[in-house]
Structure formats: C-alpha cells, structure tokens
Design a protein around this ligand. Structure first.
Ligand code: C2E
Ligand code: CA
Ligand code: CA
Ligand code: CA
Length: 276
C-alpha cells in the first residue's frame, strides 16, 4: 500500500548484543534499587474541572540510577516484569503511596484518592489482595482512598480476572481501567469486569475539533460511561482547547500537563497546601 513503508531495521549482532547487555545491567542494578533508595514516586493531580479541586493523585514510578541516569518507567518496568522483580517493586509502590496519602490526610489536606498502577504480573498473583489488605492495615489508609489502575491486557480468562477484581473490591478500594480504548477488547472488559472508572487514553485527547474521529470517539465513550454509571477521567489533557471540548462533552475529571506534570512529593505538597 502506498504510504506504508515497512521499516525493517537490520539488527546486527552488535546492536542486539548491546541491547541485551543493557537489559542485563539494568536488571542487576534494579535488584538493588529499593534498598539503595533509588526509586521514588512522583504524583500527578486528577482535577474536577467543574470546581478545579484536586480529587486524586496518580503515582508514577521513577528510578534515578547513578550509572544509567533516568531510565524511563516503561523500560525498567518491563524488565522488572520479566525478572519477577515487579512483585517487590510493586509492593513498595503500593506501600509508599498509601503511606503518603495517609500522611497528607493527617496533615489536614482534604481527602483525595491515590491511584496506583498495577502490572499484569501483580494482578495475576493470588496473594495480591492479602498484600494490599496488610498495607491498608499497616498504613491506616481508608481503602476508599485507594484506586488501582489496571490495563486491558490483564488476562485472557475474563472469569479469572473478574474473580480477582471481586476479591480486591471486597477490600473497599476502587478499580480504574487505564488506557481505555486502546486494547482490542475494551468493551468486553467493561462488560465482564467490575470496574468503577475508565481513563480515556491520551491518544484520543488531541485533535478534538468538531468532525474529527477523536471527537466522535471521546464523546461516545463519555455517553457510554454515563449510561453504565462509570466515572471517567480524560488523560493527557495539555491545552485549554482540549479542556474546553471535554467540558462541552460533559467530562468532569481530567489529568494532564495542562494542570500539572507528575511532580515530586515536595512540589505536589506545595501545590496542595496552596489550594487547600
Ligand atoms: P500510564 O499509567 O498511562 O501513565 C500516564 C503517563 O502519561 C505517564 O508517563 C505520565 O507522565 C504521562 N502523562 C501525563 N500527562 C500527560 C500529558 O498531558 N501529555 C503526555 N504526553 N503525557 C502525559 P510515565 O510516568 O512515563 O509512565 C509511563 C507508564 O509507565 C505508565 O503509563 C504506566 O503504564 C507505567 N508505570 C509508571 N509507574 C508505574 C508503576 O508504579 N507501576 C506500574 N506497573 N507501571 C507504572
Ligand atoms: Ca496509569
Ligand atoms: Ca494511562
Ligand atoms: Ca492531549
């Protein structure tokens, strides 16, 4: 087809072995990252556009290693998943996020939820709900202020996934479907799984002008979510125009650079205390 040129990059033995070496080096360093306190969480606000109130914060993992610099989360998380390190790292993230949110509550900030990304590997671990129950107990965080973000590629078996989500929801927390609209079976997941919220993928939150396919998709997602009683967050909101269109479509909650990038604890605290 004209216009579609297949890019076949010849992977020379050299380049692939360099990549493999980097992966292995990263894995070795990642193993020590928790104990060396190299991991940290940054937080990005989820804002109610009708009031400008920050209703929640998504925590996103960062790893600053002296040898590699800032490794992008997508890169080191996939290595963590393959090596099994994701269990330890994921548990650290959950504990850290719950602890932090509880601290903010105690410091007198208005209640907000904290949203934690779950990897599929964590989700498929049958001990997950026990681990989370223990973390909630230990930190004292009310489970209604914890949200778990799952992606659409959870598990092939919808029944198993529904059971696992049911167990998690019994703890009193909420489940959000992340990157909504990008998977191949988004609607099937919505039908089969007890989710509370969808996060419209940021690839849809651009070119929202009237008549564009994204505008049609986003407004349809919003009306569907409303009829299904699901809460919606639009991700990747970067401009005033995007915000305007979303407002017209009746979208209430947004997240994106327009309000704030994901930022470190001290900065997000400044922001929250100023707003409070
Ligand atoms: P995600 O969960 O979809 O997170 C949203 C990503 O979009 C973040 O990238 C965030 O920085 C970025 N983003 C937020 N607002 C905007 C915007 O307005 N415009 C654009 N262009 N981007 C925006 P980040 O932090 O690099 O994370 C990438 C992915 O890594 C996450 O995607 C998530 O899948 C994964 N990830 C990050 N932290 C964790 C974690 O603690 N556990 C797990 N399992 N995955 C994580
Ligand atoms: Ca997410
Ligand atoms: Ca997302
Ligand atoms: Ca955007």
């Amino acid at each position: 087809v004209e216009g579609y040129v297949e890019c076949t990059q010849p992977s020379t033995p050299l380049s692939s072995s360099v990549m493999l070496q980097r992966r292995m080096d990263i894995e070795v360093h990642l193993r020590k990252a928790i104990s060396k306190r190299e991991l940290k969480l940054v937080y990005q606000p989820v804002v109610d556009i009708s009031t400008s109130v920050v209703v929640g914060l998504e925590c996103l993992l960062r790893w600053d290693n002296p040898d590699f610099g800032d490794v992008p989360p997508t890169e080191f998380i996939s290595i963590a998943e393959e090596s099994g390190l994701i269990h330890e790292i994921g548990e650290w993230v959950l504990r850290e996020a719950c602890q932090q949110n509880q601290k903010w509550r105690k410091a007198g900030l208005p209640p907000m939820f904290v949203a934690v990304n779950l990897s599929r590997k964590q989700f498929n671990d049958c001990r997950l709900s026990m681990t989370i129950a223990a973390i909630l107990e230990e930190t004292g965080l009310d489970p209604k202020y914890l949200e778990l973000e799952i992606t659409e590629s959870l598990s092939v078996d919808a029944r198993l996934a529904a059971d696992a989500l049911g167990k998690l929801k019994k703890l009193g927390l909420r489940i959000a479907m992340d990157d909504f609209g990008t998977g191949y079976s988004s609607l099937g997941y919505l039908r089969d799984l007890p989710v509370d919220k969808v996060k419209i993928d940021k690839s849809f939150i651009k070119d929202l002008q009237h008549g564009h396919v994204n505008a049609v998709i986003v407004s349809t997602m919003l009306s569907m979510a409303k009829q299904l009683n699901l809460s919606v967050v639009a991700e990747g909101v970067e401009t005033e125009e995007e915000l305007q269109v979303l407002r017209e479509y009746g979208c209430r909650f947004v997240q994106g650079y327009y309000y704030s990038k994901p930022v470190e604890v001290c900065l997000i605290e400044q922001m929250l205390f100023q707003l409070a």
